[in-house]
Design a protein around this ligand. Sequence first.
Ligand code: FAD
Length: 402
Amino acid sequence: MDFSLSREHRMVQQMVREFVQKEVAPVIKEYDRAQEMATFVLPRMAELGILGICIPVRYGGQGMDYLSLGLACEELEAVDTSLRVAMSVHMGLNSMGLLQWGTEEQKHQFLVPQAKGEKYGCFGLTEPGAGSDVAAIVSNARRDGDTYVINGEKMWISLASKAHNCLWVARTNPDAPDPHDGLSAFMVELDRPGVSRGDIHGKLGVRAGSTGWIACQDVRIPVSNRLGEEGEGFKIAMSCLDNGRYTVAAGATGLIRASLEASLKYAHERKAFGREIGKLQLVQQKIAAMVQSYDAARLLYLRAGWMKNQGLRNTRETSLAKWFATDASFHAASEAVQIHGAYGYSDEYDVERYLRNSKGAVIYEGTSEIHQLMQAGYALQYRQDAPLRCELPAYDPDFWQD
Ligand SMILES: Cc1cc2nc3c(=O)[nH]c(=O)nc-3n(C[C@H](O)[C@H](O)[C@H](O)COP(=O)(O)OP(=O)(O)OC[C@H]3O[C@@H](n4cnc5c(N)ncnc54)[C@H](O)[C@@H]3O)c2cc1C
């Protein structure tokens, strides 16, 4: 067993760290307060190759492995969750879905411009009346000759107002005996007639990110925009979530690290009862818990990334990493605020933003409750993963870098 990072992994880490620390950290508070996404962020991430990091070079990406994606997400969220959320949807939930399920033509049409960062992808699963219960989706796609006509609304969609393409899950068969089998997945270009969209304001966290709604009214797309077969929409969405959840787990690990680093600094600076508060054992207990959860979260996401590289099914391991890391990051951020006392309660310090941002991740990409059900299901053997018609391809450097 080898726990060391390769030279390439360390280079990715360094490159992303420098970008976020130098270019984003100094201005993030301003954008968070304004509840706006910084306009330079996505183009700069594209320029640096981050938006195509683990996509093969032949499909417009950087040809790095899936571990590099995780390491990049950890660095991004160590500064702000909104940056990692962009990666979760553009890369994890959309581009990697195309890599896994797309035909060669679809990869050239959609994946190449997304991996190059010329276009951004988002993921439309949630609807006003369907969140955890995906089978309750009511947006629909009706076949009409060589086209599908899409109607319906998606809610809480990250990058809704910024993305060019949405991986949209809609009902194609309202009569399927199991409603999960009546869903299909489509690539919907968001500049098509009949698409409207907007941002949601007043969010608790990821205020420097874009979260919104997208509505389709009689939006006509070619049949060639269907990803996979009719009826495979639920399986496709769940496999996209295996990739998105991995990025969430890695990012939450970065948020634990940021909470820890801020707490260490403050614990050395702040004095109470005649000594720095780091000397107080109850403060030490909080710091020790952050150290513990950082290492555990990191090992869990790196295991999931390693399994992706090997081409091993990792739904269970990724769910565990996501559940653990996001719960732990919420706890770590809350304790970081506690260590900062009243100062932690103001946006003079970053920890209040960490706390607000960390709450979203225990809700999206499977709530903590859903992950607990999954883990219990595996342990009790009520749940097993059947092989998929299209698996995420194992990382093969010859293919990826060719
Ligand atoms: C910032 C943000 C970004 C998002 N980005 C996207 C995106 O890009 N694309 C997208 O499609 N969606 C996105 N979402 C939506 C997100 O995935 C959903 O909010 C999530 O799946 C939960 O669905 P819900 O909010 O409808 O809650 P519900 O499913 O209504 O759940 C409400 C409560 O009931 C609990 N619950 C539900 N079912 C069970 C059960 N069987 N057992 C026990 N408890 C249960 C839940 O855990 C939760 O506590 C985003 C959400 C947020 C907050």
